[in-house]
Design a protein around this ligand. Structure first.
Ligand SMILES: [Zn+2]
Ligand SMILES: [Zn+2]
Length: 312
């Protein structure tokens, strides 16, 4: 599955630059997970209680956001039926955990994101007033393109930082623990990881004076990844090279050394191609995850505590 060097670095990239230092992905275990670890009834019961509580609070906080979630999940699940990729069961040991992430986790982070944005407001205030004034003078489509491009670049930078900084990787490892990708695996993200990444992607909107459009941006950032993670083998001849599709993002989750720390883009692939982190050899990975079956099949509460309790 490893691509030749020429395929991993298409012509869009600039002249060769010094290779980045190795990034601290944890070592892979020798074998695959096999059957999920056995857990007692009390353990499973506690997981259900925590999951129900998280989902209930999320529904109370943001009921309308569930509509977008259902629409995006249905669309991605439809792609999996129409263009099935890997032959895998839809139910799995982590079903309740991942559903809790999908419904509860995503919307519980909204207050966290709001708090982080207040903290970084002084940074956005450093942008000279002439900059947002210039952007505002442009046609609407140019304003939209600028905010979108800068947001996607910030998302790329935040994601790459999650892989490079060991402390942040402890949070991001939760997202990479899935050994099977599908629309539901999209949502398995630690709240701290999600809040930091979304806050970073929101900075351009606030710095350029589009804070009132933030809910639309949030909705898009929450829902687009359902497509990128889907267990769908559809190919988009030109778009596959331009946007983050399953053919691109699945390699980010590949359990293969050549694919580690590649494909950080959220929506556009251009940042990975310009900054030499693109890896798209064609086809799809045969294995996913980071070789940690306990984390893969862990409970929602276990995922929340993983940055502290996980040994590696
Ligand atoms: Zn990642
Ligand atoms: Zn992912």
């Amino acid at each position: 599955m490893t691509a030749p060097a020429s395929a991993a670095h298409p012509p869009l990239e600039p002249a060769p630059a010094p290779a980045p230092a190795p990034v601290p992905l944890p070592p892979l275990t020798a074998g695959r997970s096999g059957p999920p670890p056995r857990r007692g009834a009390a353990h499973r019961g506690l997981n259900i209680v925590v999951s129900v509580a998280a989902v209930a609070v999320a529904i109370a906080l943001a009921p309308l956001t569930l509509v977008g979630l259902v629409v995006a999940a249905s669309a991605a699940a439809s792609l999996e039926v129409l263009w099935p990729l890997h032959d895998q069961r839809r139910s799995r040991a982590s079903l309740i955990t991942d559903l809790t992430h999908a419904v509860g986790n995503r919307y519980l982070v909204l207050p966290l994101i709001a708090g982080l944005l207040v903290l970084v407001r002084p940074v956005t205030g450093l942008v000279p007033a002439a900059v947002p004034a210039f952007v505002a003078s442009l046609p609407w489509w140019a304003q939209l393109a600028i905010v979108f491009l800068l947001s996607d670049l910030c998302n790329y930078a935040a994601h790459r930082t999650m892989h490079r900084v060991p402390l942040l990787w402890r949070f991001h490892a939760v997202h990479h623990s899935s050994e099977r990708l599908d629309w539901l695996a999209t949502s398995r993200v630690h709240p701290v990881d999600l809040a930091l990444t979304i806050t970073a992607a929101s900075l351009p909107a606030f710095a350029l004076g589009y804070a009132d459009q933030h809910p639309w941006l949030l909705t898009f950032l929450f829902l687009y990844p359902f497509f990128a993670h889907a267990n769908a083998g559809l190919r988009l001849p030109v778009l596959d090279r331009l946007i983050v599709s399953p053919a691109f993002h699945h390699w980010h989750h590949a359990d293969e050394p050549a694919a580690h720390d590649k494909n950080f883009g959220a929506i556009l692939t251009v940042w990975d191609r310009l900054l030499r982190t693109a890896h798209q050899p064609g086809g799809y990975p045969a294995r996913y995850g980071i070789g940690d079956p306990d984390l893969d099949t862990g409970t929602y509460a276990g995922h929340l505590l993983a940055p502290v309790t996980r040994r590696r």
